[in-house]
Design a protein around this ligand. Structure first.
Ligand code: DGL
Length: 247
């Protein structure tokens, strides 16, 4: 099965990496809309328009299904993408929420912190769905500055640590941090360290688990090549892909 993977920039590579390592897929075609990142601070209508342009691109591509490796797009535009796509389209929201139920020894009193873009947090979708699962201590925080930092390949260091203080100083220590933006797994290690070992949920791992269950996939491929495309500065995307050993 060949998969298309779409994100606003480099963040979706965290999902592509999980898909690649799973051994379930024959090939990946990644498209990052780097010319227009970030999406998370834009209006829902604008995000939908961009998402439909991505659908048009993938409608003409030789892939069997499309993974939306962006929480903002998954929350705002998944339905409309499914309507206009000529192949199945899978978003990261549902897999990310369900991943909470797979964490061992997590009781319903656990403190869950969702961090994501402004658009994702403003939609209230994560908060609502997590509460529907019975968790009642859910805090949600928009941390949009992490997106340009990751796009700038800043994965730790003083600027990141200062930004953590800026966003997290009022937050009580969570048991789980749900990384509700696919850029954020690139900051997972310093986030875990900042919160003294809190567990993190990663959209990519959640998506692999969910696809496996939905499509009954089995490991078939030792190597899954990835082709990388971007609307601007494809070299930067390729550099992060290399650093993350996708290529
Ligand atoms: N990686 C995207 C997400 O998962 C968003 C980054 C952005 O474009 O703001 O929400």
């Amino acid at each position: 099965m060949k998969l298309g993977v779409f994100d606003s920039g480099v963040g979706g590579l965290t999902v592509a990496r999980s898909l690649q390592r799973s051994g379930y897929f024959s090939e990946l075609l990644y498209y990052g809309d780097t010319a227009r990142v970030p999406y998370g601070s834009k209006d829902a209508n604008t995000v939908m328009r961009y998402a439909l342009e991505a659908v048009e691109f993938f409608n003409g591509a030789n892939v069997d299904a499309l993974v939306v490796a962006c929480n903002t797009v998954s929350v705002v535009a998944l339905e409309i993408m499914q309507q206009y796509s000529n192949k199945p389209v899978y978003g990261v929201l549902e897999p990310g929420v369900l991943a909470l139920t797979h964490l061992p020894q997590l009781d319903k009193q656990a403190k869950i912190l969702v961090i994501a873009t402004r658009a994702t947090i403003a939609s209230g979708e994560y908060q609502r769905r997590i509460q529907e699962l019975g968790f009642n201590q859910v805090e949600a925080l928009a941390t949009p500055l992490f997106v340009p930092m990751v796009e700038e390949e800043l994965f730790d260091g003083p600027i990141i640590q200062e930004t953590f203080k800026h966003y997290f100083n009022q937050v009580s220590k969570p048991d789980v941090v749900l990384l509700g933006c696919t850029h954020f797994p690139l900051l997972a290690e310093p986030i875990t360290a900042y919160f003294n070992g809190a567990q993190t949920i990663h959209s990519g791992e959640a998506m692999v688990h969910w696809l496996q269950q939905q499509l009954q996939l089995s490991v078939q491929f030792k190597h899954t090549p990835i082709q990388i495309m971007a609307s601007e500065n494809v070299e930067a995307v390729a550099r992060v892909a290399k650093r993350w050993q996708l290529t």
